[in-house]
Design a protein around this ligand. Structure first.
Ligand code: COA
Length: 188
C-alpha cells in the first residue's frame, strides 16, 4: 500500500538511503539501551545486512519509517521506525515494536502517536484481535507512552533481560480490538 499518515506522523517503506542515519542512531546507547539489541558498535554493513533481511520478511512485518513535518524545510524529517513482528493469523495476534530515535523529538507525544498508528493499522488493515509489546521495566517513558496509547499491563517476565550490568523485568502490554472499538465509539 502507499504511504499513510496518522496524526502528525507519516509512515513509509524503509530504503537504503536512510541507513547512514540508522548507523548514527544505533551507535547511541541512550537510544538503543531499551531495544534489546546487542550493545556493540554498529557499522553500515550491519545495517545493510539488517535491511536485506527486512526484505525477506513477510510484507506486513516489514519495518516502516516514521517521519514528521520538518518546520525548517517544509519536507519530512525521519524520526524513527515501527512495525509488526510474528503476526499470527490464526490467533489474530501480533507484537509491535518501535523507536523514536531522534532524541530531540522525545517527550513530544510522537511515541504515543506512533503506537496509536500501529494499533489502528493492525486492527483496521491487518484484521488483528490482539496487539502486544514488550517493554523493559526501566523504560519509564515507553511505559507511559504505551499507557497513553491505550495499552494495558498484562504481565511481567521477571528479570528476563540483562541490561547494563543487571537483570531487569520485561513487561508485556497489550490492547484488544473491542477495547479499541470502545475508544473509537467514545471519540465519535
Ligand atoms: C520510548 C519512546 C518510544 C517514547 O517516545 P516519546 O515520543 O518520547 O513518547 P511520548 O512523548 O509520546 O510519551 C512519553 C511520556 O513518558 C514520560 N516520560 C519520559 N521519561 C520519563 C521517565 N523517566 N519517567 C516517567 N515518565 C517519563 C513523558 O513525560 C511522556 O508522558 P506525558 O506526555 O504524560 O508527559 C522513545 O523514547 C524511544 O523510542 N526511545 C528509544 C527506543 C525505545 O525505547 N523504544 C521502545 C522499546 S519498547
Amino acid at each position: 500500500m502507499a504511504d499513510f499518515t496518522f496524526g502528525r506522523l507519516t509512515f513509509q517503506a524503509l530504503d537504503k538511503e536512510r541507513l547512514p542515519l540508522y548507523v548514527e542512531w544505533m551507535r547511541d546507547p541512550e537510544v538503543t539501551r531499551n531495544l534489546g539489541v546487542p550493545m556493540v558498535p554498529f557499522s553500515l554493513t550491519d545495517e545493510e545486512n539488517w535491511l536485506e533481511n527486512e526484505f525477506k520478511r513477510p510484507i506486513d512485518e516489514r519495518t516502516m519509517i516514521i517521519s514528521i513535518q520538518d518546520a525548517g524545510t517544509a519536507g519530512l524529517k525521519l524520526i524513527g521506525n515501527g512495525g509488526f513482528h510474528a503476526i499470527d493469523h490464526k490467533e489474530q495476534s501480533a507484537e509491535i515494536g518501535l523507536f523514536i530515535a531522534d532524541k530531540s523529538e522525545w517527550n513530544k507525544g510522537y511515541g504515543t502517536e506512533a503506537v496509536q498508528a500501529l494499533i489502528w493499522h493492525g486492527f483496521y488493515h491487518l484484521n488483528l484481535h490482539r496487539i502486544w509489546l514488550r517493554v523493559h521495566a526501566p523504560n519509564k517513558g515507553g511505559i507511559r507512552a504505551y499507557e497513553k496509547a491505550g495499552m494495558k499491563h498484562e504481565g511481567t517476565l521477571r528479570e528476563a533481560h540483562y541490561q547494563e550490568g543487571k537483570f531487569v523485568d520485561v513487561h508485556i502490554m497489550s490492547i484488544l480490538r473491542p477495547e479499541w472499538d470502545l475508544v473509537q465509539k467514545k471519540e465519535g
